[in-house]
Design a protein around this ligand. Sequence first.
Ligand code: IPT
Length: 936
Amino acid sequence: MSYYADFAPGSGRRFPRAAFTSDAPRIDLNGVWRFHLSPTIAAAPEGMHDPGFDDSGWDELAVPSHWQLRGHGAPAYTNMLYPFPLDPPFPPDENPTGDYRREFEVPESWDGMGAVLRFEGVDSCFKAWLNGHELGFSTGSRLPTEFDVGEVLRPGRNVLAVRVHQWSAGSYLEDQDMWWLSGIFRDVQLIARPPGALDDFFVHAGYDHVTGRGTLRVDTTVPATLTVEELGLRDVPADREHVLDGVEPWSAEIPRLYDAVLATEGERVRLRIGFRTVTVEDGLLKVNGKRVLFRGVNRHEWHPRDGRALSEATMREDILLMKRHNINAVRTSHYPPHPRFLELCDELGLWVIDECDLETHGFHDVDWRGNPSADPRWREAYLDRIRRMVERDKNHPSVIMWSLGNESGAGDNLRAMAEWARSRDPGRPVHYEHDRDSRYVDVYSRMYPPVDEVEQIGRRAEKPLDDAEADAHRRGLPFILCEYAHAMGNGPGGLSEYQELFERHPRCQGGFVWEWIDHGIAHPELGYAYGGDFGEELHDGNFVTDGLLFPDRTPSPGLIEYKKVIEPVRITIGDTIVIENRYDFRDLSHLAFTWRLEEEGVTVAEGVLDVRDGRAPLPRLPATSGETWLTVRAVLAADEPWASAGHEVAWSQALVRPAVRRTTAPHRRSPEDLGTFDPVTGRLVSLGGLPVDGPRLDLWRAPTDNDIGMFESVEREWRAAGLHRVRHRLLGVSRDGGELVVRTRVAPAAHDRAMLATYRWSTEEDRLQLVLEVEPIGDWEDLPLPRLGLRMALPGWISRVEWFGRGPGEAYADSRRAARIGRFAMTVDEMQTPYVRPQENGNRADVRWATLTGEKGGLRIAGDPTFDLTVRRWTSEDLDAAKHLTDLVPGDKVYVNLDIAQNGLGTASCGPGVLPQYRLLARPASLTVAFSRVDA
Ligand code: IPT
């Protein structure tokens, strides 16, 4: 069998070992290589491995990179589907093959030393030749490969040739939901191995939370001495157990590391040691004796131009962003990350579930027939993958669990992986979600269950398994959600309901939002490309853009919401201010607590709270007359490695003085004195000279990805009901005292259900007041409405919005914790949330008043008491039709929605829909708003 169609994972490779750096010389082989892409293996050039081969006609390509993102071939996105026939272990004949060549110089000083050629990641299968000698081949794209090259290396010029295949047997094990991208996408190095060099070592650094003692032993492949200056260890034998008093433990909250040196005859290795002990006991996952709560995310490696070839700066940026948003845990979905990422997690503090490079999800579509997980011929490939991950990453304190992979069905190969991991490293529990009975894992893990099921699991009252023994085992395990709250498009909604369960039930140890970042590809015409934009014959559209960060790493509203929901400090403002510590290890001494009093959103007093034993007296507050809120914030008192002093960690608000409701003066003037109305339709056409497409009932929103849904689709129901194409029929225009009353019937074609909308126009001093009354007639059953409110249009020169209400970001019924009451101002353009696939966005909730202005003045809208506000330069229909942000072109109008409410968001793009309490059902409702002209 050809190597690229072989069940064997590789040949000629060294045994897997830890990633480390030492003072042994190394040569960085990253940089510009010669490159040639052939459409098939058969078409690939012969003799390219020959040192004398003429590659002068070839292109150049950066290593590391993916060739599809550097002008060769094209990216392709599928979620579960394999983009080739299920014909394991064979790749298709159309197998793009990239040949790489480069020369490098080896100094004379390397004479007498061995050498190792190390590839950190090559997608998906490669063979390598040095100076014409074949070294071997390897699969396992996101895992390291090393070859011994001491015998073939020579002083002076050397020629390295690498042939990479896009598809291989290994591709069957790499069906992760992401772009298919190929090439040498991680670093390549040549590492000298002086005589007496260290091949591998395994740090065992435990912490006994009862005695406060650390234990330290480093297993080494050759005799080594260990020095940890700070702990008074100098050149002690590494492989003895050293018991150390008064050690400070490592945790994600306080990532205490000790610098150490491991010395052998041949080299000195610098390492950083973190002391911690991970256990599963009493049905809980504990670190250093304490139950931990994961406020996690699933992180794919992603950069909109570089794909999975990340720079260190990007890795660091990810961690800083996580820390700044109260995230404390990462699942490395669904493959081991670049090794540098884990060093940064050790240093900055994150709990890591390190996941193996394994997924066979596409076999689901054939009822798991032929699934490699259950086929012994693949056993060695499975074991090879777990070995390479565990050996590479075993010395990181941040890694507290091994995950076998994702969505690979069940089977004995997975069990074998689990057994191997447990025997090699008894210090870390094993995770795998798709083993439904959790027979070979140490943690019960699920993805996307609804809250009521999580609640049952929290009480250990879940539905029993048929097998009593398996049930007893699973029921005794701690529980995590390895994926929940699908952050695709606008959402996720309903985060706080899960968080509440995590805090109530010790067994529920938190979860990992799916996922960290949108995998949009920067595209010259489309902004960000998603599945289908490269002409793929099979693809899964924008399902690849489902992150808490937009592709350029700007936080989406979902991330801001998550930060608020998981805040590690809970502030409650009552007669006193109560501060509750929700960290697992840290006290609150690193925080300062500030307060601010705002009247109608304007600061009238502020100060610092004196918090003692978790309490602070209410500050003395000056008298105010308008609506007044007290905001208390917990901020970093001093710089931390991940944020500066003053960075906000948590906050809370309390209403100190409610708004005084206006007493409505009798209507002295008629509505026509302030506005012009169309005599036939009764619609407002201008207000004080400002042209207006008068407000009328609106039910539609551009469906979000969560509305469209994966299993349940409220969007389908909406379109079937015709809510995107309602018509308005005038029933009559009349006068009722000083009021102008317009009655309409609003309904879609082909059905007898309707909304009766009554618009009552009156005046109140210089304001034109509108009371909208809505009454559903006919059978609406429990069909939720997209939105219920008014839509109007203003001239396109309106460009700026100021409001008093929730902000600064958007908020929806089930995603509004992060929006605080205040006074905010931004441009219309800034109010748009740039979801990669355009959809409903930008709603500002609980608005008391807003001004919409431009160079010629504008409009003030006051609620009685509040309304929800959306302002945009296109209609909901334009938004609905757009496929990419670049399809949205401003016209000569600005469209304004004033809503009573919108339906919640939910997370049905993958998971449960909107919870009952956030559904907007058709019921009689009303909205009162008053309009007045703002002069230029
Ligand atoms: C789950 C996958 O594990 C993850 O890779 C991703 O595809 C996610 O869903 C959705 O974006 S699998 C899902 C079918 C439950």
